[in-house]
Write a protein that binds this ligand. Structure first.
Ligand code: SF4
Length: 397
């Protein structure tokens, strides 16, 4: 498949791994931001093939995982109303709230529907003028343009029965919070390529400069990640702290200006609470006052909801990268993808789900990238890999 197969090439992967080994002289700790990147790294076993001392810390970039429990409980309260059609992406349906989840609510008769686009929810509102249609607008900067467009379209159509429950979060404030945490161990970031496709990377430049931390905008395929790791380690070894772009086939420095304008017409930056992390100033989007009539929290007056996480769940430490799922006493026993206790086990991008899918700590055989699995350590160390920067298809830096 174009733009997929060439980024899973085993020979190039071996060369990149060998180059990473040649480049590394000291232990380093890198954080990949995005849960999609975590899944590729864990599924392919890339994190276990890196040189001793090079550690990947799995970051908070799973939108389902960081949607705060109180927002999930608000969604449940709104979805339970008989006059409401509650529309959501499918992966939010099994996220546990304080007492239940949207899927269980649906099984009990609530009108909860899976949609693939917020514009589908707008269409539902047009088709059901006697019902209130509420869309659960979650995600990072990646989903914000489409969600903003839905609100804009509902406003244009003058729809009185459409609203959004907003829980949008932003990457740069989370990176800053991680770097300022007393227990921080992150020395370099692999930034999420799709977020940067929308926002560009100018927001990351002051972070790299202020905290002396390399940031590499990175894609999601195995070779993207290996090259991103190599670029980050090169910077660390050379004492540089810059923003570099591995994902040149999709990301430009300024990002997608049209998408950014769509976001800023509808949303403004505000404080947000992150599940497992807590409040982070100016770390999310909220509707601008002009679009307040589309705010589901106001329309249904759900107000303040105080909640508690499951007592054994350490999702907060997982999301901040200070612990791995293997350090959770519930992992694989009390908490499984079929019966999740916390959001990181629910979402396709959650770190706990990624570990579970790869059989980590479950006695199951590892399932790394087939071509790499067959290569002995000595062959990796001896692989010939000069001039790898730019070797990947589409590279032009
Ligand atoms: S394994 Fe389950 S209980 Fe443990 S941190 Fe992950 S989601 Fe929470």
């Amino acid at each position: 498949m174009k733009y997929v197969d060439e980024y899973r090439d085993g020979a190039l992967a071996r060369r990149l791994l060998a180059e990473i080994r040649r480049t590394t002289t000291r232990p380093w700790a890198l954080m990949e931001i995005c849960g999609g990147q975590t899944h590729t790294l864990v599924k392919q076993g890339i994190d276990e093939m890196l040189p001793d001392g090079v550690r990947l810390i799995h970051g908070p970039g799973c939108p389902v995982c960081v949607t705060p429990l109180e927002q999930v409980d608000k969604a449940l309260a709104i979805a339970a109303r008989p006059d409401v059609i509650f529309a959501s992406y499918g992966d939010m349906l099994r996220v546990p709230g304080s007492t239940t989840d949207l899927l269980a609510l649906k099984a009990r008769g609530a009108d909860v529907r899976i949609v693939y686009s917020p514009l589908d929810a707008v269409r539902l509102a047009v088709a059901n003028p006697d019902r209130q249609v509420v869309f659960f607008a979650i995600g990072f900067e990646t989903t914000a343009p489409a969600n903003a467009m839905a609100v804009w379209e509902a406003d244009r159509l003058g729809l009185p029965n459409f609203s959004v429950l907003v829980s949008h979060v932003l990457v740069p404030p989370a990176m800053t919070a991680i770097l300022e945490a007393p227990a921080n161990q992150v020395q370099a970031f692999l930034a999420a390529g799709h977020v940067c496709a929308v926002m560009g990377w100018t927001e990351y430049e002051p972070i790299a400069a202020r905290y002396r931390v390399p940031i590499v905008v990175t894609g999601f395929e195995p070779l993207d990640l290996l090259e991103g790791i190599l670029m980050a380690i090169r910077q660390l070894e050379e004492g540089r702290a810059e923003v570099e772009n591995q994902y040149v086939r999709a990301v430009r420095r300024e990002g997608n200006r049209a998408a950014q304008e769509t976001i800023s017409r509808v949303f403004e930056v505000g404080d947000r609470t992150w599940r497992g992390i807590g409040p982070i100033p100016a770390s999310g989007y909220r509707l601008r006052p002009a679009f307040a009539p589309f705010d589901a929290e106001r329309r249904f007056e759900v107000g303040e909801i105080r909640v508690n996480e499951h007592p054994v769940c350490i999702a907060g430490q997982i999301l901040q990268g200070t612990k791995t799922p293997l350090e959770c006493t519930a992992y694989g026993t009390l908490c499984t993808p079929r019966r999740p206790l916390g959001a990181p086990m629910v979402s396709a991008e959650g770190t706990c789900a990624a570990f579970h899918a790869a059989g980590r700590g479950l006695g199951a055989p590892a399932r790394p990238l087939v071509e790499l699995a067959a290569v002995p350590e000595t062959a990796l160390a001896a692989a010939d890999g000069p001039g790898l920067a730019g070797a990947l298809p589409g590279s032009s830096r």
